[in-house]
Design a protein around this ligand. Structure first.
Ligand code: NAP
Ligand code: FE
Length: 371
């Protein structure tokens, strides 16, 4: 057995964890730059809690609430410049994966006056500012990963950067901040968390240690499936979903994602599908594609989910993922070619070709000439 294991993030999990941990803010300095989206910070209640802590601790702050969904290089550039001009000591990211990923880029750009394309060099002259991460969705696990996934309009795709210094230093995980999520966002983000666990478990880079996180996330996700189908959420379920997301994140922090994410990026970039939904609608065919190569592990996932076969899994995904999408033949080719360029495609347990990816897309999504 050989593996490297590291989680660079201190996790504070539980209701009220922000207000109960004032020193976790003040120890990082006197000037905080808050990175959030248009609504998530306010609607979740997280922003007001952070402001109250910062004011009690005498920490100056600026709120940058301009992070778009699936943030682009252009979008994080603006945040980075503002943080640099403010002379921030640390960053507080509040929101779903979009603001949290953006906050990592802002943390680098705040102390490195570089073109955002240089984020992909993954080495920076000055160490990024510390990021304190507060998730308001329960999906990406970005609060415990080093990854920042940004939209690259120059390449018509999404691409991640990140290194050991871009792990958030603290993750404040309070499920009450996820209670305001619309039902659809709840389902999509939960499926994203599940796809992290599954793709990590079936990755070539999976280890004995990462599998523990993956299996725990799959088990807890499984216990929430009926609630997700029926949109029934109480605080206990919200906590379970947040916990699933955290372990999904800890899994991919070690393994990375694979072809589901690689293909899903095009469905988001070109077709506007939310990230988790894009992943979810590909998963049944992903299991079928990998079945012979990873039979034991896939059977184990089905067993944990109390399902007899991949088709039963597909039925569940159909109940969770409503979408109306058709792709043209040329789009299928284009999306497969783009996914092949993602490093993550090489981590898939079974070697993939562009034709394989076309096949997965074709079987996952009805295709026609009209869309
Ligand atoms: P998101 O794009 O952050 O948020 C989706 C929508 O939900 C936004 O409109 C957001 O509002 C809203 N929202 C979030 N929390 C809310 C709350 N508590 N109450 C009301 N509305 C709320 O969605 P996400 O799925 O969490 O993140 C997706 C991004 O994360 C993608 O860019 C994806 O590539 C990335 N990702 C990163 C990792 C990683 O390891 N770093 C892994 C997987 C995915 P606002 O517009 O106000 O924000
Ligand atoms: Fe994801």
């Amino acid at each position: 057995m050989q593996f490297k294991f590291q989680i660079g993030t201190k996790v504070l999990f539980g209701k009220g964890c922000v207000k109960a941990s004032k020193l976790e803010f003040s120890k990082y300095g006197k000037r905080a730059f808050l990175v959030t989206g248009k609504n998530s910070g306010k609607e979740s209640g997280a922003l007001i809690d952070v402001i109250s802590v910062l004011e009690q601790e005498g920490i100056e702050y600026i709120i940058h609430d301009k992070i778009e969904n699936n943030p682009s290089l252009e979008n994080v550039y603006t945040g980075g410049k503002e943080a640099r001009e403010f002379n921030a000591d640390f960053i507080v990211g509040i929101g779903g994966g979009s603001p949290l990923d953006a906050s990592k880029a802002v943390a680098v750009l705040a102390v490195n006056d570089i073109d955002p394309i240089e984020l992909y060099k993954n080495t920076f002259e000055n160490k990024p500012l510390p990021v304190l991460a507060i998730p308001t969705t329960a999906g990406t696990g970005s609060e415990v990963t080093p990854y920042s996934i940004l939209t690259r309009n120059d390449m018509q795709t999404k691409m991640s950067f990140g290194n050991e210094d871009t792990f958030p230093v603290v993750a404040f995980m309070d499920a009450s901040y996820s209670e305001s999520m619309p039902n659809e966002v709840t389902v999509n983000t939960a499926v994203d968390a599940f796809s992290h666990a599954v793709e990590g478990y079936l990755s070539r880079r999976s280890t004995a240690a990462s599998d523990i996180f993956a299996l725990e996330a799959i088990k807890v996700f499984g216990s929430c499936i009926n609630n997700l189908i029926e949109n029934r959420y109480d605080f206990e379920i919200r906590e379970k979903l947040l916990y699933t997301a955290m372990y999904g994140g800890m899994t991919i922090a070690h393994t990375g994602t694979t072809i589901v994410h690689g293909l899903g990026y095009s469905l988001t970039y070109f077709k506007g599908l939310p990230h988790g939904k894009a992943n979810g609608l590909l998963m049944k065919e992903y299991f079928k594609f990998n079945y012979e190569t990873a039979k034991n592990k896939i059977e184990n996932i089905l067993k944990i989910l109390k399902l007899n076969n991949i088709d039963e899994f597909g039925n569940i995904m159909d109940k969770l993922m409503k979408y109306d999408l058709k792709l043209k033949k040329e789009e299928i080719k284009q999306f497969a070619a783009l996914a092949m360029k993602q490093r993550s495609s090489s981590y898939n347990i079974r070697s993939v070709t562009e034709e394989d990816l076309e096949g997965i897309l074709r079987c996952s999504i009805k295709y026609g000439e009209h869309n």
